[in-house]
Ligand binder design. Sequence first.
Ligand code: CA
Length: 222
Amino acid sequence: MRILVVEDEKKVAAFIKRGLEQESYAVDVVEDGVEGQSFAEMNDYDAIILDIMLPKKNGLEVLKDLKSAGVRAPVLLLTARDSVEDRVKGLNVGADDYLTKPFAFEELLARLRVLMRRGMSGTPVLKFADLSLDPATRRAKRGEVEVELTVKEYALLEYLLRNPNRVLTRTLIAEHVWDQSFDSETNVVDVYINHLRSKIDKDFPRKIIHTVRGVGYVLKDE
Ligand code: CA
């Protein structure tokens, strides 16, 4: 899951980025409204955290333009003061939720999870064949065998499980699991697919992660 943070206060942005990365999200941070808008339109984010008071273009303007450009990622607005007016304006132009600064990280995380769940079809535990992944506990199970995953392995497996039977290119996978600093020339995606395979496929007769030569990978039960 990849998240865009548009926030000019460096401390707040760093605090959000660090926290989200520990939760295995890929995070891009930009510091003004104009850049925020172009990042949001260029990439396919799973959620956007948007501050209202921003240089160059304020968050409410950005939000309005994103909605008319058809960007569908849920948006969580950050407001500096507890301003009823900003909140109402924000919700009117299509914000999915708002949070007043200062906030506890846990609060932000809880709101984000609700927003992202809303966009998905529901079942909290992700399942495919005899594999299951519980986002709440971050545990994977293959049959009755519990599998421990690193932060990136978890993010990768979650993305695959949300897109079963669909051929995912390396680029698509990289875009959802890694952030903007990802170097597309590297073979990081293949390396992590191999890590995952050794944990959830290698010792089991039914293989579910399949290579599509020259393209990418597909989660398939054969
Ligand atoms: Ca600000």
